[in-house]
Design a protein around this ligand. Structure first.
Ligand code: FAD
Ligand code: NAG
Ligand code: NAG
Ligand code: NAG
Ligand code: NAG
Ligand code: NAG
Ligand code: NAG
Ligand code: NAG
Ligand code: NAG
Ligand code: NAG
Ligand code: NAG
Ligand code: NAG
Ligand code: NAG
Length: 654
């Protein structure tokens, strides 16, 4: 398209309704060489206002057939790039091809990107890697002071969240632009998407979904970037950045066939600390995760979502009453038990970036309850041999079922700290709706055994009036941004606790991997039975009383060959010991090994076949892709080192 037709397009766009623009902006666009101010009164956003009392303000701005018809009416030659996909079922999968990549002839031209940005209301961001200020190769960004701030804050999740494309586990981005004190190093986009849309309404999400699908672009969704396996990154992609969809509304009397009571509706970008604070102010309790900045309605709930409240109330996905979503055809729909119930089932456990872009989730809430929290640790010492140490840990294992049945969640760790030296940390033993006396009674049998072994502990115990206070005081902001760790997960079933033979085998497998140097980070947790759990959460969650994470840790100077060797030891040696004692069990997709063998069984269990069929039905063109996502086995990323997978490469069908 030449510049003159672009001018016609721009002119006609400027004639469109402007009533929907809420953000004032004064960027300029170039039309026929002339700078035109783009501001609240001239900018046209391709959106219509749809009134519905149940919608969040961001959900009332939608892309409709009427809006698109207007675009075609004014001879927008590329309007088909933004159209819905109403004929998806007639699509022939044999015509799938690699996603287009910057530099390809079929890649959208600069002009097309500008039109897209105009339609979005100026929300398109061309990617600048977060650490670019450290590099002279990015002259427009180079800034030594900013580089220092970025370097110092690299392990801080808030900084990565606030960036349109940065992710918290850069190993999967390809480590192509890490903070550095050598400005002459190279900094490339690597696995970062090429563009991100800073979405603030549904119309923008629909435009991005339609554009990516029609132009055969790779599409990614980034919310916070917490994903352990880089599922919110993708080279050459267009990214939908949901971080600013942070509205929260209270529904005092939600009513449906299956639930009557209090609920909250939260935008896709709402983080744990935000929903917890809102819940505290509303006098209710919401089921979310332990990580402060994790996106509750994004990848967390989509993967199932385990919570300090799960042993009492079940998974986060079990609390969902209704989900608003933009499906791969570009349509905005409600999914609930009443409407699009199969999609609703899939969105609650089937994983992020698979069935569409979630815009908001409505969840049921619970009354305010007191919470008692205990922390303590012990280690080998002059008086505690490693044998005694392990007997103390083994004693704890005897109470896992008792504790989870009492509603307890415990986050604990065991590390090798030196030659034949180990430490155990309980941080914390989290007891919702329990008093200090009740917690002391529950722990007394285990503590008596520790005392008999000569293991001295000094528990710190506090009771809090509400969940928020207990959670805030006991879960500090976690460290992210590191590239020297890889994790794997196992959901050990409660049946392993049926007798001493199977329990000893379980314990011995775990102990052996810690002795070999694995970092053991575990949750004594269960997904409490409840009346809203007919969803796609990994069935292994319904059986577990131990979600165990094993991590391999290397150093900053470890080379790629050694990293691959360490990863393979984790995947095929250490974890095999765990799989051997829990045949048929699963792993938690959101805290797992990207190389988990037979991930379909491990992450989705018996739900996989149904999820795969729904994926073909809702997303026949495979617009959505995420590593280890449902249907991801049909795609691969080009140019990868076996054993060190990243998102830095082109996405192609197998
Ligand atoms: C510090 C830390 C603490 C954690 N604590 C817990 C915990 O207590 N319990 C627990 O269960 N898990 C926990 N996790 C794991 C967490 O659930 C996952 O990392 C999860 O994927 C994060 O989702 P997000 O939306 O915040 O992150 P992102 O990385 O932005 O997204 C994760 C995945 O979901 C997709 N996605 C995000 N938003 C949407 C959307 N609106 N629509 C469609 N797809 C979307 C992304 O494309 C990506 O595939 C923790 C992780 C970290 C790093
Ligand atoms: C942008 O607009 C605001 C308000 O209209 C104005 O105060 C500001 O000076 C403008 N900035 C530029 C760079 O034009
Ligand atoms: C928006 O831009 C137009 C065209 O340049 C200008 O006439 C108008 O005053 C601007 N409005 C605001 C609010 O800045
Ligand atoms: C279509 O365009 C006309 C004229 O520009 C405008 O009045 C109308 O609001 C537009 N309709 C939609 C749905 O955007
Ligand atoms: C946009 O339209 C022009 C003119 O019809 C066409 O040549 C071009 O290929 C289109 N671009 C895309 C990305 O479809
Ligand atoms: C859908 O397919 C039918 C028949 O192939 C065709 O006539 C129609 O134009 C298509 N509609 C859209 C929106 O592509
Ligand atoms: C960096 O961290 C400091 C201290 O934690 C904080 O005050 C500052 O806002 C952070 N900066 C960025 C860019 O996140
Ligand atoms: C994204 O949009 C929000 C408003 O919705 C704005 O506050 C924020 O500054 C924008 N971020 C970027 C990087 O453009
Ligand atoms: C170890 O045992 C000795 C003798 O019983 C005792 O004096 C000492 O305090 C113990 N040390 C620790 C760290 O418990
Ligand atoms: C909390 O404890 C009280 C008193 O023991 C009990 O009545 C109530 O049912 C408990 N609530 C939950 C959610 O378990
Ligand atoms: C112990 O429990 C396991 C797992 O439930 C079971 O397979 C095994 O038969 C049991 N063994 C004994 C000795 O009861
Ligand atoms: C399990 O291990 C404990 C030691 O930790 C041992 O006393 C017990 O006999 C073992 N039980 C079986 C059935 O192997
Ligand atoms: C990686 O480190 C190992 C062990 O130090 C060394 O043998 C190997 O040559 C290194 N590989 C590369 C590619 O540097």
């Amino acid at each position: 398209m030449g510049i003159s037709s672009y001018a016609r397009v721009a002119a006609s766009l400027l004639a469109l309704s402007t009533s929907v623009i809420s953000q004032s902006t004064n960027a300029t666009i170039n039309v026929d060489g002339e700078a035109v101010a783009v501001n609240a009164s001239t900018l046209s956003s391709a959106a219509a206002v749809v009134s519905d009392a149940g919608l969040l303000p961001s959900e009332t701005l939608q892309l409709t057939d009427a809006v698109l018809a207007n675009l075609t009416a004014v001879e927008l030659q590329n309007a088909s790039l933004f159209s819905f996909d109403d004929n998806a079922t007639t699509f022939d999968k044999r015509s799938l091809s690699c996603k287009v990549f910057p530099g390809d002839r079929a890649y959208p031209s600069t002009v097309v990107w500008r039109i897209f940005d105009l339609l979005l209301g100026n929300r398109l961001i061309k990617t600048v890697p977060l650490a670019a200020p450290c590099y002279s190769a990015w002259p427009a960004e180079t800034n030594a002071a900013l580089c220092t701030t970025i370097t110092n804050n690299w392990t801080d999740s808030y900084m990565h969240e606030a960036d349109p494309t940065s992710i918290m586990w850069p190993l999967y981005q390809g480590r192509t632009c890490m903070p550095t004190d050598d400005p002459s190093d190279t900094c490339t986009l690597g696995g970062y998407p090429s563009y991100a849309v800073n979405v603030s309404n549904v119309a923008q999400i629909q435009l991005a979904v339609n554009f990516a699908r029609n132009a055969n672009l790779r599409l990614v969704v980034k919310n916070t970037g917490h994903d352990f396996n880089g599922k919110s990154a993708g080279a050459g992609a267009l990214s939908i950045w949901t971080h600013h969809l942070n509205e929260i509304t209270y529904i005092p009397s939600y009513s449906s066939a299956s639930y009557s009571g209090k609920a909250v509706k939260m935008g896709a970008g709402v983080r744990a600390f935000e929903i917890y604070a809102a819940a505290r102010d509303l006098g209710v309790t919401v089921v979310g995760g332990e990580g402060r900045t994790v996106g509750v309605a994004g990848g967390f709930l989509a993967g199932g979502g385990h919570s300090p409240l799960s042993s009492l109330y079940g998974m986060a996905a079990d609390q969902a009453l209704s989900i608003e979503v933009v499906t791969p055809d570009g349509r905005f729909v409600t999914a609930s038990l009443e409407k699009n119930s199969d999609l609703f089932w899939a969105l609650r456990g089937g994983g992020g970036s698979t069935f569409g872009v979630v815009v908001s989730v409505t969840v049921r809430v619970f009354p305010v309850i007191p919470v008692t929290v205990m922390t303590f640790s012990f280690a080998t010492s002059d008086n505690v041999t490693s044998t005694t140490f392990w007997e103390g840990v083994r004693a704890y294992f005897d109470y896992f079922v008792t504790y989870t049945d009492a509603g307890i969640y415990a986050y604990f760790s065991t590390f090798l700290t030196g030659v034949d030296s180990y430490s155990f940390g309980m941080a914390p033993f989290f007891a919702p709706n329990k008093t200090i006396a009740e917690v002391e009674e529950l722990t007394a049998p285990w503590f008596a055994r520790l005392a008999a072994l000569g293991i001295t502990i000094t528990p710190v115990v506090n009771q809090y009036d509400d969940y928020y206070s207990a959670w805030w005081a006991n879960f500090p902001l976690e460290t992210v941004g590191i590239t020297t760790i890889k994790t794997a997960s196992r959901l050990f079933p409660k049946s392993n606790w049926a007798n001493d033979t199977s329990l000893n085998a379980t314990f011995d497998a775990i102990k052996t991997t810690v002795e070999l140097g694995g970092s053991f980070l575990a949750f004594n947790i269960k997904a409490a039975d409840n009346d809203n759990n007919d969803n796609s959460v990994n069935p292994a969650w319904r059986e577990t009383c131990l979600h165990a994470i094993l991590a391999t840790v290397w150093t900053a100077t470890t080379n790629d060959t050694e990293i691959i060797a360490a990863s393979e030891t984790l995947t095929y040696d250490w974890m095999q010991k765990w799989r051997d004692v829990s045949p048929g069990a699963g792993a938690y997709m959101s805290e797992a090994d990207i190389a988990e063998p037979d991930f379909q069984q491990a992450f989705y269990g018996t739900n996989y076949d149904r999820l795969y069929a729904l994926k073909q039905q809702y997303d026949p063109k495979s617009l959505f892709y995420a590593p280890t996502g449902v249907g991801s086995e049909n795609w691969y990323i080009t140019g990868q080192l076996t054993g060190l997978p990243t998102q830095n490469g082109r996405l192609c069908p197998v």
